[in-house]
Design a protein around this ligand. Structure first.
Ligand SMILES: Nc1nc2c(ncn2[C@@H]2O[C@H](COP(=O)(O)OP(=O)(O)OP(=O)(O)O)[C@@H](O)[C@H]2O)c(=O)[nH]1
Length: 552
């Protein structure tokens, strides 16, 4: 698991949360702003489309009205199609309205009877749609090129072909019969100029585009899109003016009010690239996000500062606790803490540490005392064991081995003999007339004689010999013995002579009789050897005492 300091945790959490919050708020505000800008832009486009359509409709209606009024002129009603007053009126109209490229009177045969500036005079326009429609009623139609007329008029500055829209109205005589058509061609530039100026007047941004679309959805204007099909023509653009988002465009359509009694059905479409329309919202969003990021950095820095101040005392506590852990002495926990809880924690840890260290010292002292006591008790026990062993294996009066230990020694030596042929001999040594010593000098003196005898036996024998008190005034010596040697017998004689030559306090001279027997590998047990030694002792006694009796 990833472990980080409290400072890092706090900083990351504060910074992360503030960044998240600011991003969410920024995104939400940006979203709201985007919707509002979209709404405002859509409404502006809608207003521009409606006002442009209204203006264009008004102009078209006025032009159609011009033609209609001229067609109702009294000379024409009377059938005087060639009357010069009519020509004068048309000339005046054409001069007053520069948009009129041509205006003329056509008879029922389709021949131009007279026209302003004499254009197309006496030529036949019978095949023209405006003439045919004009015979039936008022007419205004989509723009078209007029090759014949275009040759008579100055060309467009840009070189593009001249296009015109037609206005026509029937000439009806007093009896209500149609006797001709009054027609006019207006420059298409006049229409596009109206549209452009209307959009410009509405104060729209430069990337707003205005389109004129006919009822079939075909684009009439601008020229670069002319002829293309506008598929998303609104069904009821007039009744439900509004705006929509299509193909990355924000678009609004408005129906151009048609001149009275005509079939003209145009729409004004005003559109703006969605990206451009939402640019202010996007800029706002970027600013909000930048502000959010800046705010998050600021929050993170503040969080780091706070976290550092907050975590520093905790880190000090942790360091002090580590020092306590590695048995540093004199560790103190900082007590002057600005945060109440940390100050309380520090105080508690100090108290707990002091208590623990005190307890630890007490425990160490107790341990040392215990170890000393155990060592002392162990020594005493060892000594007691040694004393017990001594008591168990030695005679209390004389200090030489006792009868029990002698029996063990004889068994060991017997087993050794059977296994290794290592021979040995047993000397049974009995003080002569000891009863009379007791009787004469007292039992205590007798004991002293026994002690003295034991000392003599140990002095007269080797360290490898085994001296024991056999019982009463009788001693035994076990002597390691090689077959064929006379060692046991010599030793016995040496003991006998050495004791006899020794002066005993109080009693003077003491002698001993010694029975010597060699152990046999054939002996079933040590008792056989004892019996033989005892028999020899008996012989020594019988032979006059103060002597050695030996049996092979
Ligand atoms: N002072 C003292 N006397 C003891 C001890 N053990 C045995 N005696 C005495 O030793 C004497 C042994 O006497 P006896 O068995 O008659 O033999 P003795 O007087 O030495 O005569 P012989 O062996 O035939 O020379 C007895 O009087 C015992 O009381 C002892 O531990 N201390």
């Amino acid at each position: 698991m990833f472990k980080a300091s409290l400072r890092s945790h706090l900083t990351l959490w504060f910074g992360g949360l503030s960044l998240l919050t600011l991003l969410i708020v920024g995104a939400y505000v940006g979203h709201i702003a985007t919707e509002q800008v979209r709404q405002a832009s859509g409404n502006a486009l809608s207003d521009a489309a409606r006002s442009t359509a209204a203006l264009l409709g008004l102009q078209l209606r006025e032009r159609q009205q011009d033609i209609h009024l001229l067609s109702r002129e009294s000379h024409l009603v009377r059938g005087e199609l060639d009357d010069p007053d009519i020509l004068h009126s048309m000339e005046l109209r054409s001069q007053a309205r520069a948009e009129y490229a041509w205006m003329g009177v056509v008879d029922l045969d389709g021949r131009v009877r007279q026209a302003a500036r004499g254009l197309l005079r006496n030529q036949s326009v019978q095949a023209r749609p405006w003439f045919q429609a004009g015979l039936r009623g008022p007419y205004t139609a989509d723009p078209h090129e007029a090759v014949l007329l275009a040759k008579m008029l100055p060309a467009n500055a840009g070189g593009e072909p001249l296009r015109f829209i037609d206005f026509a109205a029937p000439i009806v005589d007093g009896d209500g019969r149609v006797i001709g058509v009054l027609g006019a061609h207006a420059h298409w530039n006049w229409v596009t100029g109206i549209v452009e100026s209307a959009v410009v007047r509405s104060g729209s941004s430069p990337d707003i585009e205005v389109l004129i679309v006919n009822e079939d959805g075909r684009i009439l204007y601008p020229e670069r899109l002319a002829g293309q099909q506008q598929t998303r023509l609104p069904v009821h653009a007039d009744s439900r003016p509004g705006w929509s988002v299509d193909d990355d465009y924000l678009s609004s359509f408005a129906l151009v009010p048609p001149p009275p009694d005509t079939d003209l059905s145009w729409y004004i479409a005003v559109r703006q690239p969605l990206a451009s329309a939402l640019q202010p919202a996007r800029v706002l969003l970027y600013k909000l996000l930048a502000l959010g990021a800046l705010g998050a950095c600021l929050f993170t820095a503040v969080a780091y500062y706070l976290a550092r101040n907050l975590s520093r005392p905790i880190e000090q506590l942790a360091r002090a606790a580590q020092q306590v852990q590695i048995h540093h002495t004199g560790v103190s926990f900082p007590q002057h803490q600005p945060v109440l809880e940390i100050a309380q924690l520090s105080q508690s840890m100090q108290t707990m540490t002091d208590s623990l260290l005190g307890k630890e010292r007490e425990l160490e002292d107790a341990n040392a005392l215990l170890e000393a006591t155990v060592a002392q008790r162990t020594a005493a026990l060892t000594q007691a064991n040694a004393e017990l062993l001594q008591l168990a294996t030695h005679d209390a009066l004389t200090g030489v081995h006792n009868r029990g230990r002698l029996d063990e020694k004889l068994v060991e030596c017997t087993l050794l003999l059977k296994r290794t042929q290592q021979g040995f001999a047993l000397l049974l040594i009995d003080a002569d007339h000891f009863k009379s010593i007791n009787d004469t000098h007292g039992h205590a003196t007798g004991d002293e004689v026994l002690v003295r005898l034991a000392q003599l036996l140990r002095r007269l024998t080797r360290a490898t010999d085994f001296v024991a008190r056999y019982g009463g005034e009788e001693f035994a010596v076990v002597v390691p013995h090689s077959e064929g040697e006379q060692g046991p017998q010599v030793l016995a004689q040496k003991i006998c002579d050495g004791i006899a030559a020794t002066h005993f306090d109080v009693v003077g001279r003491v002698t001993v009789s010694i029975g010597v027997a060699l152990a046999h590998a054939s002996d079933p047990d040590a008792a056989a050897l004892i019996r033989r030694a005892d028999a020899q002792l008996y012989l020594a006694k019988q032979s006059g005492r103060n002597r050695v009796a030996f049996a092979e």
